[in-house]
Every structure is written in structure tokens, then in C-alpha cells.
Design a protein around this ligand. Structure first.
Ligand code: NAP
Length: 264
């Protein structure tokens, strides 16, 4: 198995894309730490996955430096190493630009962007030390979005945070390349999770998504997990500083496509 005996931390893995990544990593042989702010959902996810392999939930608000420090310490205590970090925890707060509250801007940036920085730095410090002591180099994966490139008018903090993740990915990749540690990102299009539930329940909103999705469907979390499994594995051993967009063809599209049963 491609991640046999590897130790992976996946943030925000109590549900959605993070859960699918945790599941795929366990199936590929990794020991997985679910790092989520929601302990009830985190423990439920741990219970769901433990029949497949080694998995532990550790409470962590990625925006809090002490939580992140504790996450790294507890993971090392439990498993002795960290080979893979997936910065997946993320939130959306929608508001028109002219009405956007400063505290909502700060909240989204602190989780989506600062959280990824805090986790990356804390884990990378361990990874570098491990390489210097003869260990094999690890990999960091940031879950970005197509909104790192294209924008939505009422989602300013989200789009800014994902744009920032692109540069975090590149700068971190360059800084850690001399150690062989790879840093990449995945840019999902619209994926069927709780984050998308409201949009998916509204036929007009769903049509808007499908009209810009050449593959004519919303993606599944497992389709992001597959890309994460590749980037975490040695199959991606010469790939660093990249964002792979898994978006059903959304970004290359420069027009709209016809949607069967369009209700708009
Ligand atoms: P989700 O279903 O809302 O799951 C996100 C998980 O992260 C939840 O368990 C959430 O807990 C947790 N979380 C929130 N704040 C946290 C924090 N401060 N520290 C640790 N965990 C925290 O979201 P998703 O749709 O799977 O999205 C996962 C990632 O993919 C996000 O970065 C998102 O931006 C990105 N993405 C998603 C889509 C999509 O269409 N779904 C598209 C592009 C990119 P709570 O539920 O308690 O908040």
C-alpha cells in the first residue's frame, strides 16, 4: 500500500473532504490523526473509520497556536512521527463586500490561511529535524479551491484566503525543497459536502454550478481524496509547489454549458 506505515494528520477531517481523505489514507496503509474543532463529530469519525485501520481524533482549532503545538506533540506521542500533513480545515462566511464585518474577515483568514501556516510550520519543523536525523522527507498538502483563481463577489474572505494558500504553497515548497519535503495544493471545484448542501438544495444555484461544469456533475469527496493520496505518495516524488485543480473542467471553461432540466 502506498502509505504503509506513514503517519498523517488531516485537519477538519470530522466530515466532508477531510473525512474522505482520512478514509483513503487509512485504506492506503497510513495511521491517521483526525484534527478537528468539533469533538463530537471527530470521535464519531474515528468510530466510523477504526475498523479500517489506525485512527485517532485529536481536538484542534487550527487557528490557535497552542492547539496546533498540542496536536503535533500528541501525534508524536501516539505514533512517533509525522509524514504527511493535510491542511483541509476551512470555513465560508458569505456577505456582500460593502456589508462585510471585520470580525468575519479575520475569522475566515485565521482558519483558512493562518491555520494552514501554523500547522505547516509546526509540522515542518518536525519533518526537517527528522530528515536531518536520517528520516525520509514528508509531504504537506493544502486544500485550496478554484476560488484561489476565480472569485465570488459575496465571498471576499474565502477567496482571499484561498488566493493566499496558493502563495503559502509555493513559498513553503521552495523553503522545504532542500530537505526533499514536498508541498502541494489541491483546488477542488464544487464537491458534495455539508459546505455545499445549501447550494445543492437550491435548484437555481445548482444549475449555476452545473452550467459552468463541463463534466456535468458535482464532484465527490473521494475524488479529492484520490488526488491527496497521489500527492502524499512517492508517485509524486518530483512534484512540489503545484496546485492540482480537480474541478470537472471548471477553470478551463470560457463560456457556459447547457444544463438538462434547467430551472432558471
Ligand atoms: P465541511 O464539510 O464544512 O468540513 C470542514 C470541517 O472542518 C468541519 O468538520 C469543521 O468543523 C472543521 N473545522 C472548521 N473550523 C475548524 C478549525 N478552526 N479547526 C479545525 N477544524 C475546523 O467542509 P468541506 O466542504 O469538506 O471543505 C473542506 C475543505 O475543502 C475546505 O478548506 C474548503 O474550503 C475546501 N473546498 C471545499 C469545496 C466544496 O465544494 N465542498 C470546494 C473547494 C474547496 P465544524 O463543522 O464544527 O465547523
Amino acid at each position: 500500500m502506498s502509505l504503509e506505515n506513514k503517519v498523517a494528520i488531516v485537519t477538519g477531517a470530522a466530515r466532508g473532504i477531510g473525512f474522505a481523505i482520512a478514509k483513503r489514507f487509512i485504506m492506503d496503509g497510513a495511521k491517521v490523526v483526525i484534527a478537528d474543532v468539533d469533538d463530537e463529530a471527530g470521535h464519531a469519525a474515528e468510530d466510523d473509520l477504526k475498523s479500517l485501520g489506525e485512527v485517532t481524533h485529536i481536538h484542534c482549532n487550527v487557528a490557535e497556536r497552542l492547539d496546533v503545538r498540542n496536536l503535533v506533540a500528541e501525534t508524536l506521542n501516539a505514533y512517533g512521527d509525522i509524514d504527511v500533513l493535510v491542511n483541509n480545515a476551512g470555513i465560508v462566511v458569505g456577505a456582500e463586500f460593502l456589508e462585510l464585518e471585520e470580525e468575519d474577515f479575520d475569522k475566515v483568514l485565521s482558519i483558512n490561511l493562518k491555520g494552514a501556516f501554523l500547522c505547516s510550520q509546526a509540522v515542518a519543523r518536525h519533518m526537517v529535524e527528522s530528515v536531518e536525523n536520517g528520516g525520509s522527507p514528508g509531504a504537506i498538502i493544502n486544500i485550496s479551491s478554484i476560488n484561489s483563481v476565480v472569485a465570488i463577489p459575496n465571498q471576499l474572505p474565502y477567496c482571499v484566503s484561498k488566493g493566499g494558500l496558493s502563495q503559502l504553497t509555493k513559498v513553503t515548497a521552495l523553503s522545504l525543497a532542500p530537505y526533499g519535503i514536498r508541498v502541494n495544493a489541491i483546488g477542488p471545484g464544487s464537491i458534495m459536502t455539508d459546505m455545499l448542501a445549501a447550494v445543492n438544495a437550491d435548484p437555481a444555484a445548482r444549475n449555476r454550478i452545473l452550467s459552468r461544469t463541463p463534466m456535468e456533475r458535482i464532484g465527490e469527496p473521494s475524488e479529492i481524496a484520490g488526488v491527496a493520496a497521489f500527492l502524499a505518495s512517492s508517485d509524486a516524488s518530483y512534484v512540489t509547489g503545484q496546485t492540482i485543480f480537480a474541478d470537472g473542467g471548471r477553470l478551463p471553461l470560457n463560456y457556459t454549458v447547457a444544463v438538462p432540466d434547467d430551472v432558471s
